[in-house]
Design a protein around this ligand. Structure first.
Ligand code: LLP
Length: 420
């Protein structure tokens, strides 16, 4: 079932026709479905029904305030990795006691900000960070988690794999008992949780099973050492279908979690990102030109790698759907779908079967709700694209397209250039 589907031959987001939004806001734009976000959040939480579970949506996947608010209204917490994300989560209405803060390079200022707001948990990723929190904790009582690196290969794209010893994340699992002892010795600090996250877009449960089993063993050892461990944070990482993958369903994931880590009497914290928002959004673009070169057919669209960088950065696949459904007997021919940016990497897709297209025809990139708008830049002085949230038959612009003036105003001339 998809909230993005054809009705009468026209791609809709829930009850709203995509061309209607395009006419109102112009292209390109991101479009998210409230019903899809809600359904996926409830699928995830429903799989853990009756357990002591805290779901902290990983805001980095899509940090639009309206998206966070949609999940906050369902009871979601937030996983944040910067002061900016923490501010977004709070602004969207997530209470501090439902916020966890991860990241290898939290600055002293960010840590102080988080402690002042009284967030639920900071997951510490190194000894120097522990020392800084120890200083900041003076006069307070701070419960922390320690993120461990279990040295497990998550079998995903190397740029989004985080749980091998050569990755920068967490503290080697073999050193965790020592670090917990050091943390406990710091006045004001109570290490009460173990955190782990081995990578993203995982389509196989086996590596997670290994990592969670290792974490469960560690919890037993830490308790034997005299630590009070009240929770474990199992991160995010559950994959989605981009191109025929068969990622585990929430139920299978939950069963594996309960088998490996369900009998510790710990609260289970999760940080799902992509699995909640990835297939809850699309990027809509217009055809500017079509040109047929010596070797290839190019469809040049008005979105570019600065708007959706995943294909350029990870060779990621995003399905391309014509917004007007092609007739069943329409002739298809392979095309490269490219943006206007001045580099060859600005290629969304190669050799995709597409019907004939004309300028202004609309195309939609599927599965663009996660790591799409949040990774956009203004490269080539292109404006950040708007974001639209659909709810039933209604839609709202939840991030407007900025003006060129706003963008240019961020720069200024040096004082010695003013007179020129
Ligand atoms: N928790 C931690 C500590 C993380 O580092 C991440 C993602 C998550 C949770 C959420 O993971 P998810 O459920 O979304 O897999 N830009 C890349 C993905 C980077 C993921 C970074 N960390 C992409 O477009 O594929």
């Amino acid at each position: 079932m998809s909230e993005f589907d054809y009705r009468d031959g026209i791609l809709h987001a829930e009850g709203v026709a995509i061309p209607e939004i395009a006419a109102a806001v112009g292209t390109p734009f991101y479009c998210y479905s409230s019903a899809a976000l809600t359904r996926r959040y409830l699928e995830f939480t429903g799989a853990f029904d009756g357990q002591d579970v805290m779901v902290c949506y990983s805001v980095k996947a899509n940090s639009n305030l309206a998206v966070i608010r949609t999940l906050a209204a369902l009871g979601s917490g937030a996983d944040v990795v910067s002061e900016g994300e923490l501010r977004r989560a709070l602004a969207a209405g997530i209470p501090p006691e439902r916020i966890v803060f991860s990241g290898v390079g939290k600055t002293r200022g960010e840590l102080a900000f988080a402690l002042d707001r009284g967030i639920y948990r900071i997951n510490v990723e190194s000894e120097p960070e522990l020392a800084v929190i120890g200083e900041l904790a003076a006069g307070r009582r701070v419960e922390i988690g320690i993120r461990v690196n279990p040295d497990v290969d998550a079998k995903t794209h190397e740029k989004i794999s985080t749980g091998r010893a050569e990755n920068k994340f967490g503290i080697d699992i073999g050193r965790a008992r020592d670090i917990f002892a050091r943390a406990r010795a710091l006045p004001g600090i109570r290490p009460v949780s173990v955190a782990v996250h081995i990578g993203s877009q995982l389509t196989d449960l086996a590596p997670m099973r290994t990592a969670f089993t290792n974490v469960a063993e560690l919890v037993q050892a830490l308790r034997a050492d005299g630590n009070t461990i009240d929770s474990i944070d199992l991160g995010g990482g559950l994959g989605i279908r981009y191109d025929g993958e068969t990622p585990p369903a929430a139920g299978a994931y939950a069963a594996m979690v309960m088998e490996t880590a369900g009998n510790l009497g710990c609260r289970l914290i999760f940080e799902p990102g992509r699995s909640l928002v990835g297939n809850s959004g699309i990027l809509v673009t217009s055809v500017i030109y079509e040109k047929t070169g010596e070797a290839r057919r190019f469809v040049i669209v008005d979105a570019a790698m600065n708007d959706l960088i995943r294909p350029a950065l990870y060779e990621a696949y995003h399905r391309v759907d014509p917004v007007m459904q092609p007739a069943p007997d329409a002739a298809l021919s392979p095309a490269d779908i490219v943006g206007p940016i001045c580099e060859t990497g600005d290629t969304f897709a190669r050799g995709r079967d597409l019907p004939a297209v004309r300028p202004d025809d609309l195309l939609a990139f599927a599965s663009a709700g996660a790591y799409g708008a949040v990774m956009a830049s203004t490269y080539n002085t292109r404006l950040l694209v708007p974001e639209v949230l659909v709810n039933g038959n209604a839609f709202a612009v939840v991030r407007r397209r900025p003006g060129y003036d706003e963008l240019l105003k961020l720069d200024s001339l040096a004082e010695w250039q003013q007179s020129v």
